[in-house]
Design a protein around this ligand. Structure first.
Ligand code: SF4
Length: 747
């Protein structure tokens, strides 16, 4: 057993009383999200009607989870916090740094060697500070959390944007930057703007080819990548009980793709069954005892529009399988219309690789449904047209799939079984292609499909679908294939159709071994040392405090055009190895962002040399000259992951301001925590006024206050000036972070 049963007993013993108190103060029916949020207020006595989307509230989450790429920076910050031990149960998961190449065994051996210094650091710091440590190959953070730690009614933060996966077990699980995780691990209040609530009413039941993944793929099309910003998506209605706990987790996982703070399902028998199947019968019993308060109040179901800020209805019985992409997860297309879209847009029709698994879709149900299609290959005398890669989510699921013959079936159709790790989902894929300049299509059952995300190649068109649809398209090797209606021609020249996928929700023989690779928290008082010459790790130095004046005449570093995700700001793939070394990783800063003035990436005008050069090199030169700079961007800047490197790198390189049309939630918080100014245009058309050679001033900082706009002055090269207002969402506390130079400095 790896979870903390004493903590859970105390939690459930107190839960009902806390809910009664909240109800008594608020005097109205409560949604599930509200129940969980209000029972996790830092100050239990501070219950009042907080304004959604406006009020900042302090919470006390129950747990923290960190993946290896973000844990390095989180733990480096935690070490500076002066605590002896993590204040809440916390875990580190080694999943991001394993490159997928030859297969699990060889890849883990390689990763263990190449990342030895980082793994040793994470293991030692975990042991020193009482943090659970999951070794490389043990599994992907969210799958391991779902199998071991998530519990209905709980609240956790994780240094990864897909932390909401735990909503599949009725937990409010929120992706954050490392500095936020440090707040929770030090026992301090953790601040979040009270989220708005989007209610998604599920009715009916899935059948045939439709999978839980299709619910969120469809919803992504409705909400778009920004539609869930500062909101919790709460699912309700009879359809919720028709979905397995792991199916619910898939849906919650991908709520990150619409920018949602988190996503959440009500507690039900399917969750109880999953808890029991994963060795947590006791947790299921405790949750059963408060089951009535692990869902929204009955009155809310009668008129949900009165309680949620927005209500969306999805009829599962009529849901078609979807394929989303390329390049953005909200480009949603039902399978019946997809072939037409492929042809109309000239997407490369040949399907070159299918990828199944990741934290999003590697449950027993997912694998068994995909396997049911793989089994038809031999039976129907088919050939598999494209290579297949499978990334199991955890050692428990891999061992179970092996015992039950699924791995063998996948291998029979040519699959490479990669490590229980992120691999191709985060650019850790050593893909071998004949010509990387050739446009090519891949289909994955992962969650994200930004350009270069899987293999670092901008010519790869990545589409996201359910595991079963990914498998079917892999067999066909053709993006225009619709398995619901189309036939394939087999080796005998016969036309055959794939039968609908079938699968088991949970392994009939129970799960095989599950907790290999886990090291329980230690607390040995060992000294943590970092080699000052290390290329992988670097101790942090505090950022300088605000100088007390307005920021004047900053050169424009880059005016980014179009999508600028955290992948564009701080690329993953080969750069993952520098996630513990701020100076080295800063060399990748904004290298994926498109310069609005020349349409190129990583090529910006350097006013000191009057030449074009890389973004980070230019910022570095300005920094060496004591010059601060500013970045301008468009909508949803910082969309994607929780990596705070995307905020720390510009901060390290003396970029002081990000002025955007809008921000993604986690990234905006990360910028604030690192002492940056995150400003938005009051009038988005002002973006167009910014010229390449401008010097830009931000005025009003000596009176910086919540709700008070700042003034931006553009000094154009021809001597003319223009000014406009910029707004911000800083509260008093966040302003104190800016003044101190960072949230850590302000402690
Ligand atoms: Fe890993 Fe991909 Fe899941 Fe992120 S989304 S945790 S990279 S598998």
């Amino acid at each position: 057993m790896v979870y903390d049963v004493t903590m859970l007993k105390a939690f459930y013993a107190a839960y009902k009383g806390k809910i009664e108190h909240v109800r008594a103060v608020l005097q109205r029916p409560l949604t599930l999200a509200e129940k969980i949020l209000y029972t996790h207020l830092y100050d239990e006595k501070g219950v009042k009607n907080y304004k959604r989307g406006e009020d900042y509230v302090n919470f006390r989450p129950d747990r923290v989870a960190m993946q290896d790429a973000t844990a390095q920076m989180a733990l480096l910050q935690f070490m500076n916090a002066g605590r002896e031990q993590a204040a809440v149960p916390s875990t580190v998961h080694c999943d991001h740094l394993i490159q997928a190449y030859k297969g699990a065994r060889e890849d883990i051996a390689t990763a263990t060697k190449t990342n030895e210094e980082v793994y040793d650091f994470l293991r030692d710091v975990s042991s020193r500070y009482g943090i659970g440590f999951w070794q490389p190959g043990a599994g992907i953070i969210h799958q391991v959390v779902l199998e071991n730690y998530a519990f209905p009614g709980g609240m956790m933060v994780g240094t990864d944007s897909h932390t909401p996966n735990a909503g599949g077990l009725g937990m409010v699980a929120i992706g954050v930057g490392g500095a936020d995780a440090v707040d929770v691990m030090t026992g301090m209040e953790w601040e979040l703007k009270m989220p708005r609530l989007i209610g998604v009413h599920l009715k009916g039941e899935l059948s045939g080819w439709a999978a839980p993944k299709d619910v969120i793929l469809k919803l992504a099309g409705i909400l778009t990548v920004k539609g869930g910003t500062n909101a919790i998506i709460e699912y309700f209605g009879s359809g919720t009980a028709s979905l397995s706990a792991t199916g619910k987790a898939t849906i919650c996982n991908m709520g990150a793709e619409v920018g949602a703070t988190t996503s959440l399902f009500p507690y039900d028998d399917r969750m109880a069954t999953y808890l029991k199947a994963t060795g947590r019968e006791e947790v299921a019993g405790m949750a059963d005892s408060v089951a009535g308060d692990l869902r929204a109040d009955a009155d809310i179901m009668l008129a949900p529009e009165n309680y949620y800020d927005r209500v969306i209805e999805i009829d599962l019985s009529r849901l078609e399988p979807y394929i989303n992409g390329p390049f953005t997860p909200d480009a949603a297309t039902p399978i019946s219309e997809f072939a037409e879209k492929v042809l109309a847009n000239g997407y490369p029709r040949k399907m070159e690789v299918g990828l199944i698994g990741s934290c999003t879709n590697s449950s027993y149900q997912d694998l068994s449904r995909a396997v049911s299609l793989a089994r038809q290959v031999e039976k129907k005398h088919l050939k598999v047209a494209a290579p297949l890669i499978v990334n199991p989510g955890s050692e428990r699921i891999r061992a179970t799939a092996e015992r039950d013959g699924m791995i063998e079936t996948f291998e029979k159709v040519g699959a490479t079984i990669m490590a229980n790790a992120c691999g191709p989902c985060i650019g850790q894929w050593k893909r071998e292609t004949d010509d990387p300049t050739r446009k090519n299509s891949i289909v994955t059952s992962f969650n994200r499909n930004f350009a270069k995300r899987a293999d670092g190649n901008p010519n790869t068109y990545a589409f996201v679908a359910s595991p079963e649809l990914t498998m079917a398209l892999t067999i066909a090797g053709d993006l225009c294939f619709n398995p619901l209606t189309d036939a394939l021609v087999n080796c005998k020249g016969e036309k055959v159709k794939l039968s609908e996928p079938v699968g088991e929700e949970l392994p009939p023989k129970g799960f095989a071994e599950g907790s290999e690779g886990y090291m329980a928290p230690g607390c040995e008082k060992m000294e943590i040392t970092v080699n000052p010459h290390s290329q992988r790790l670097q101790l942090l130095k505090p950022f300088p405090a605000w100088e007390g004046t307005d920021l004047l005449n900053m050169p424009l570093l880059i005016k980014a055009q179009g999508k600028c995700t955290t992948d564009h700001i701080s690329m993953a793939g080969p750069w993952l190895r520098f996630r513990g070394h701020l100076e080295n990783i800063s060399d990748n800063m904004l290298m994926g962002a498109v310069n609005a003035f020349n349409g190129e990436t990583n090529s910006v005008w350097n006013r000191s040399t009057n030449t074009y050069g890389p973004v980070s090199g230019t910022a570095k030169m300005y920094k060496s000259e004591g010059i601060s700079s500013i970045v301008v961007a468009e909508e949803n800047y910082g969309e994607g992951s929780s990596r705070e490197h995307a905020a720390m790198e510009p901060r390290f390189l003396n970029v002081r301001v990000i002025l955007a049309k809008s921000f993604a939630r986690i990234h905006e918080t990360n910028l604030k925590k690192q002492g940056m100014l995150a400003l938005t245009f009051v009038d988005k058309a002002d973006y167009d006024k910014i010229q390449e050679h401008d010097l830009i001033s931000v005025i009003g900082l000596t009176e910086f206050a919540p709700g008070r706009n700042l003034k931006v002055v553009l000094h154009h090269e021809d001597g003319t000036k223009e000014s406009f207002e910029a707004q911000h969402t800083y509260n008093e506390l966040q302003i104190s972070w800016f003044r101190a130079g960072s949230a850590l400095n302000a402690r």
